[in-house]
Ligand binder design. Structure first.
Ligand SMILES: NC(=O)c1ccc[n+]([C@@H]2O[C@H](COP(=O)([O-])OP(=O)(O)OC[C@H]3O[C@@H](n4cnc5c(N)ncnc54)[C@H](OP(=O)(O)O)[C@@H]3O)[C@@H](O)[C@H]2O)c1
Length: 280
């Protein structure tokens, strides 16, 4: 049994929920950053059916609203002197163009920018803890279809939900690369992963190809898909490779572009500039 403090986004459903339920059985405190607190507490209740000692906390965090992300980070900093693991899991495909409260394209904000802000605000506290803290980004194989343009992260010029999803999942991988490159010497570990193709509520807010996608017969369960994030959160650091991309709890190749160290820096700076312009 360990006593880690594990922060996770998007754990009210799908892969994140399965990840939280599993990690809770290891004796960790699961801090759920959720936009729906009722749904969040229901996960705790579900965990306690089989594991009554499970420890949970619930912090309101709407990733589509950067002010809410900032308030959530402040609450984390107030309550938790030590953060062992941050799992950036929430995400979705936004097929029709919509804007967040902050004026960013929704896919960019929910899948990438909001998590970027969370990392930025929590990083000093995460780095204080010297025992190899981890930041885990849940990406996707679909990152291989990216058309990332650092100067147009918001896709102001030509919007496609599919492309933006691929772009943001590449940004998740690049963010792990950047964090390991830059803060690895201070002990920070960062990994990204593909969970597998899963039948979750993912894609159900869409019609057309995405709704079909979610009904494919070969999909695994959310519990199966949680194995890789659980592995990366709990495996001994010596057995893991800092900055790497994982599939099926093993090292995997990501796209050629994702290994571009300069692109990782450029993506980090471009994201930071967008946040600064928005006042964060
Ligand atoms: N499913 C797949 O086949 C697949 C494949 C590759 C990668 N992935 C990745 O795996 C991750 C999890 O996907 P999933 O399939 O488990 O999705 P899911 O079942 O749709 O769950 C998404 C989670 O994200 C949360 N979320 C969405 N928008 C939010 C917001 N604005 N603020 C706060 N939380 C928000 C949802 O909260 P609510 O409960 O409040 O809606 C939910 O907890 C994503 O990053 C996805 O890109 C999934």
């Amino acid at each position: 049994v360990n006593h880690k403090t594990i922060l996770i986004t998007g754990a009210t459903d799908g892969i994140g929920k399965a990840t939280a339920l599993k990690l809770a059985t290891f004796g960790s405190t699961i801090v759920m950053l959720s936009r729906n607190l009722e749904k969040s507490k229901a996960v705790e209740n579900a965990a306690k059916v089989n594991f009554p000692q499970a420890k949970f906390d619930h912090i309101l965090c709407d990733l589509a609203d950067l002010k809410s992300v900032k308030t959530a980070a402040a609450e984390v900093l107030l309550k938790y002197p030590k953060i062992d693991v941050l799992i950036n899991n929430a995400g979705g495909i936004f097929n029709t163009k919509s804007l967040s409260k902050d004026g960013f394209e929704m896919g960019l904000q929910v899948n990438h920018l909001a998590h970027f802000l969370l990392i930025k605000l929590l990083l000093p506290r995460i780095l204080e803890y010297k025992e190899n803290p981890r930041i885990i980004n849940v990406a996707s194989e679909l990152h291989k279809f990216d058309k990332l343009d650092i100067k147009d992260l918001n896709l102001d010029h030509k919007f496609s939900g599919w492309t933006q999803y691929a772009n943001t999942k590449l940004l998740n991988i690049l963010s792990s690369k950047y964090l390991s490159q830059t803060f690895g010497v201070q002990g920070l570990q960062s990994y990204s992963l593909h969970p597998g193709v899963v039948r979750t509520s993912f894609g159900t807010n869409n019609t057309g190809i995405w709704s079909v996608f979610n009904k494919l017969p070969f999909m695994m369960t959310a519990e199966d898909a949680s194995k890789t994030p659980v592995y990366l959160a709990s495996q001994a650091v010596e057995k893991l490779s800092n900055g790497a991309y994982y599939k099926k709890s093993a090292l995997a190749s990501s796209s050629q572009k994702s290994y571009d160290a300069k692109l990782a820096i450029d993506a980090w700076q471009a994201s930071n500039q967008l946040l600064e312009k928005a006042g964060f």
